[in-house]
Design a protein around this ligand. Structure first.
Ligand SMILES: O=C(O)CCC(=O)C(=O)O
Ligand SMILES: [Fe+2]
Length: 280
């Protein structure tokens, strides 16, 4: 295969369950067109709703200028933007670019990669907003396509500690798929957010916590069994980041369950994996 991952990086990924690849994407050709489109979409959504917002001129650093003022007027405008930015061609090009596909197929030693329905998007983690924060999870329980899938995570702005970087539990993938429960710890959450790791605090305490700082162009990859969760954004600005995932059609578990779509598209994981759910 043609990916450029070196043997040391590969073994770090296999051992730790995640890997940070600095400067994997080209900032000017891969990332900047996404930032520019987001800037325009924010302006067009504001205009559509007749809201006047003061904005800095566009630069890659100011791509979200006006967004936080706009959602202060009406939070629903943020939801509209969230849905629209997933439709940016430069974003869709990024998530299925040859380089990323090659990296996945190389790491998983498969010729047959896939991108699950509803398995990609751009997170906008707003300051001090808890509702959409991802609590501790393994991707496979929410994206039951293949057990050896990999999350691709890349930021659209430099991630500082106050923005609440993703927190990763190294080596947690080695202990396999956790037990989960639904509507217990997270009973007050909506939809997929009701599913959580059973006895979460005990499980989490078994591992180190790593929260790598990243900047545009950097790529963070995580094994589908690595436990991770969102940090808390205490900054004044939203944390914007791209998520996509590849799965392996050749994975026996995926083949058995039929490479299901994400939980957010309606897949009922409690029915697919009854042995991995404790009753509420
Ligand atoms: O960005 C985050 O806070 C969570 C990301 C995540 O869970 C993922 O990319 O799979
Ligand atoms: Fe995740």
């Amino acid at each position: 295969m043609t990916s450029s991952i070196c043997a040391a990086d590969r073994s770090t990924f296999d051992d730790q369950g995640y890997l940070l690849l600095k400067g994997f994407y080209d900032v000017d050709s891969d990332i900047e067109p996404i930032q520019r489109a987001i800037y325009d979409i924010i302006g067009l959504v504001a205009q559509r709703h007749g809201v006047g917002i003061a904005r800095a001129p566009y630069t890659p650093e100011t791509f979200d200028s006006g967004y936080n003022d706009l959602i202060a007027v009406n939070r629903a405008f943020g939801g509209e933007i969230y849905d629209l930015v997933k439709q940016i061609p430069a974003f869709l090009r990024l998530i299925c670019c040859q380089k990323a596909d090659d990296l996945f197929r190389d790491l998983r030693d498969t010729p047959q990669s896939g991108i699950g329905a509803d398995s990609y998007g751009i997170r906008i983690d707003n300051p001090n907003e808890d509702k959409f924060r991802s609590h501790w999870h393994q991707e496979f329980m929410f994206q039951p396509q293949s057990m050896d899938g990999i999350v691709f995570w890349t930021p659209l702005l430099p991630i500082t500690p106050d923005l609440g970087p993703v927190i990763i539990l190294p080596k947690s993938h080695k202990d396999g798929l956790c037990l989960y429960s639904k509507a217990t710890t997270y009973a007050d959450k909506v939809g997929a957010y009701q599913i959580g790791i059973h006895e979460e605090d005990k499980v989490i305490a078994r591992y180190d916590h790593h929260a790598p700082l990243t900047k545009p162009g950097d790529l963070l990859i995580m094994d589908f069994l690595t436990i991770h969760g969102s940090g808390v954004n205490r900054a004044a600005r939203s944390r914007w980041s791209v998520q996509s995932r590849f799965f392996n059609y050749r994975d026996p578990v995926g083949q058995k369950i039929g490479w299901k779509a994400s939980v957010t598209s309606g897949t009922r994981v409690e029915d697919i994996f009854p042995d991995h759910f404790v009753k509420a």
